[in-house]
Design a protein around this ligand. Structure first.
Ligand SMILES: Cc1cc2nc3c(=O)[nH]c(=O)nc-3n(C[C@H](O)[C@H](O)[C@H](O)COP(=O)(O)OP(=O)(O)OC[C@H]3O[C@@H](n4cnc5c(N)ncnc54)[C@H](O)[C@@H]3O)c2cc1C
Length: 510
C-alpha cells in the first residue's frame, strides 16, 4: 500500500474554505481546524461570539481526520489510575466531563442534521492474560463506583483467545471527517469565519495578541485558542518536556465473515483497536494499532500494515484493503490531557495530550475553552490544568522506557553517522556533510537530496522514517518530507536543503 490517506479523508467530501489574504482583527482567533478548533468555533458562535478560525491545510487534515472514529468514555483503562492518584472524585469528574462531551456530539449532530453515521454501540476492552485480567477487574470496580454502565465478562466468545472483556454501553462511533465538516458548516452559518491554507508562524503576546501568518498577513486578537494539537506557542510552560509523541497506523478493509458491531481494543501491547463502519449498507472493518514513539522504532511501513491486516483477517477474514494511513498524538505523564489557559490569567488557551482519545477530549476542550473565554472560568479546570502535579505522579512509572523529549535531544546529538555508499533507492540515512550531521535520501529516479536534519523547533537531530519516507523528530514529533518541507508538529519552518542532484553527481562531487 503506497498511498496513506485515511478512509475518512477518502470518503469525507470536505468543504473548501478560502485562504486569508489580508490582515484582520478578531475578538477570538482559533488556530487549527481539527476537532478542538471546530468544536470551539461552533460553541463560541452558538453563544454569539464570531471567532475567526485559521487552518494550515484543510479542516480535519490533522489527526482528527486519521482516527478510528470511536466516541467513548472508555479510554483504555484510566479510571482506577485517576482514582489512585487523584481520588475517586477526580475519576468521577473525568467520567462526567467526557460523558458531557459525548452528549454534546449527539446533540450537535442531531440539531445541525450532520450526516456522520453516528451509531450507538458497546465499547469493549479485552484481556488476553491473567495480568491484564487483573487490570480489567480493577478498572471494572472503579467504573461501577463512579456510575459507569459497565459489564465484566470472563472468557467471552469474542475476540478469539480473550480471557476477559470489560464493556461500557451507550458509546458511539461516527465518521469523524463528515462530523467535523458538518459542525464547521453549522459554525460558519452562525457567524464563525473560517480560513484554510492559512498557517500561523509567530505569536506575539500582549494585551492584544499579534499572530503572523505565512505571506506576511497578521491577525490581531484578544483571545487565541491554540487548537494545533502540539501547542503552537509555548509561553514559559515547557510543554515540550511533558508531551510524548506517538505514531499509530490504521486500515479499512472489506471482510469475508461477519463480526460483532461493538468496538474493541486490547489492554496490552501492541495495540489493536477495531470498530465497524457502515457505508451505503456495506460493512467496513476499521483496524488501528502498531503504536510507537515518533522518530523511533519504525521498521518498514508495510510491516505495520501487514500486522494490522493479519489481525483484521483473524477477526473477520479480510477480503480487500480500501485505505491505509498513519497519524500521531501526544501522551502526558499522568495520561490526562492539558486543557485551559497556558498561564494564569492568560488569554491564550491550549488543549493537548489526548493519548489517542481526543475525539472526545478534544470536543470537551472546545466546550471548556469557550466557557473560559466567555465566563472566565469553567468546570473541571483543576482536573485538566497544566499546573497539576502530574510529573511527580506514580504514573511516571508507566513512562519508564518511553521517550523523554529532553533525553532524546541529547541522544540525537550523540548518535553516529554512516557513509552514502550503498544507499538504495527509497532509503534515507544520516551522514556527515561538510563536517556536520545531515540527512540524505535517494529517490526511485536516482536523485539524491541532502538536508540539514536539525529540527527547526528545538534543535533535535531528526531520524529517517523508512515507513513513511519522512524525517521525524524523536523529541517533539515534528515531521518533514524528504525535501525538508514541514509536514506536521510544533516546528514552524522547513529544513534547509544542502544538496540536490543525481546519486552519481553526489559521488563525483563529494
Ligand atoms: C491512529 C489514531 C487513532 C485515533 N482514534 C481515536 C478514536 O477512535 N477516538 C478518539 O477519541 N480519539 C482518537 N484519536 C485521538 C484523536 O484523534 C486526537 O487526539 C484528536 O483528533 C486531536 O485533535 P486536535 O484538534 O487537537 O488536533 P488535529 O486534528 O491534529 O488538528 C490540529 C490542526 O491544526 C492545524 N495546525 C497546526 N499548526 C498550525 C499552524 N501553525 N497554523 C494553522 N493551523 C495549524 C493542523 O493542520 C491540524 O489540522 C486517535 C489518534 C490516532 C493517532
Amino acid at each position: 500500500m503506497n498511498s496513506t490517506i485515511s478512509y475518512w479523508n477518502l470518503t469525507g467530501n470536505k468543504t473548501h474554505y478560502p485562504r486569508l489574504d489580508k490582515s484582520i482583527s478578531a475578538d477570538v482567533l482559533i488556530i487549527g481546524g481539527g476537532i478542538v478548533g471546530v468544536t470551539c468555533a461552533y460553541c463560541l458562535a452558538e453563544k454569539g461570539i464570531m471567532p475567526v478560525l485559521i487552518e494550515a491545510g484543510a479542516l480535519a487534515d490533522g489527526t482528527s481526520g486519521n482516527t478510528t472514529g470511536k466516541l467513548t468514555v472508555q479510554h483504555d483503562v484510566i479510571y482506577y489510575k485517576i482514582a489512585e492518584k487523584y481520588g475517586l472524585k477526580a475519576a468521577q469528574d473525568y467520567f462526567s466531563s467526557q460523558a458531557g462531551a459525548l452528549d454534546f456530539v449527539k446533540n450537535a449532530a442531531e440539531k445541525e442534521k450532520i450526516e456522520c453515521q453516528l451509531t450507538s454501540n458497546n465499547a469493549c476492552i479485552f484481556a488476553v492474560n491473567n495480568e491484564e485480567l487483573d487490570t480489567l477487574e480493577r478498572e471494572y470496580k472503579t467504573a461501577k463506583k463512579i456510575g459507569i454502565d459497565a459489564q465484566l465478562r470472563i472468557n467471552p466468545d469474542f475476540p478469539p483467545g480473550s480471557k476477559g472483556l470489560l464493556s461500557y454501553s451507550g458509546q458511539y462511533v461516527f465518521h469523524p471527517v463528515r462530523y467535523i465538516d458538518g459542525l464547521a458548516k453549522a459554525a460558519a452559518d452562525k457567524g464563525a469565519v473560517i480560513y484554510c491554507d492559512t498557517k500561523a508562524v509567530k505569536l506575539e503576546d500582549g494585551e492584544l495578541k499579534k499572530i503572523r501568518c505565512e505571506g506576511g498577513i497578521t491577525v490581531t486578537a484578544k483571545h487565541v485558542v491554540m487548537a494545533t494539537q502540539y501547542p503552537f506557542y509555548d509561553g514559559a510552560n515547557l510543554f515540550f518536556t511533558r508531551l510524548y509523541p506517538k505514531r499509530a497506523y490504521g486500515i479499512a478493509v472489506r471482510a469475508k465473515r461477519e463480526w460483532p458491531e461493538d468496538s474493541y481494543i486490547n489492554v496490552g501491547d501492541p495495540a489493536r483497536s477495531i470498530r465497524t463502519h457502515i457505508e451505503k449498507g456495506e460493512r467496513i472493518l476499521i483496524t488501528v494499532g502498531e503504536s510507537h514513539d515518533t522518530g523511533r522504532g519504525y521498521g518498514d511501513m508495510a510491516k505495520h500494515f501487514d500486522n494490522l491486516l493479519k489481525f483484521a483477517d483473524q477477526t473477520a477474514g479480510a477480503a480487500d484493503v480500501i485505505a491505509g494511513w498513519s497519524a500521531q498524538d501526544y501522551d502526558t505523564p499522568d495520561e490526562l490531557p492539558y486543557i485551559g489557559r497556558i498561564s494564569d490569567n492568560s488569554n491564550i488557551y491550549a488543549a493537548t495530550g489526548f493519548r489517542k482519545w481526543g475525539l472526545l477530549s478534544g470536543t470537551l476542550s472546545g466546550m471548556l475553552i469557550t466557557d473560559l473565554i466567555i465566563n472566565g472560568n469553567c468546570r473541571y479546570e483543576g482536573l485538566y490544568s497544566r499546573t497539576r502535579s502530574d510529573i511527580t505522579s506514580s504514573f511516571k512509572k508507566a513512562f519508564v522506557g518511553t521517550v523523554n523529549p529532553v533525553i532524546e535531544l541529547v541522544k540525537s546529538k550523540l548518535e553516529g553517522t554512516r557513509g552514502i555508499e550503498g544507499l538504495q533507492p527509497g532509503e534515507g540515512r544520516v551522514i556527515r556533510f561538510g563536517g556536520e550531521k545531515a540527512g540524505v535520501y535517494r529517490d526511485d529516479n536516482d536523485n539524491v537530496t541532502v538536508i540539514d536534519i536539525t529540527c527547526t523547533h528545538m534543535g533535535t537531530e531528526l531520524n529517517f522514517n523508512s515507513a513513511e519516507k519522512t524525517w521525524d523528530c524523536p523529541a517533539h514529533g515534528g515531521r518533514y518530507n524528504t525535501d525538508g518541507k514541514l509536514l506536521e508538529g510544533p516546528p514552524k519552518d522547513s529544513l534547509k536543503v544542502l544538496f540536490k542532484g543525481t546519486y552519481k553527481d553526489f559521488l563525483d562531487k563529494y
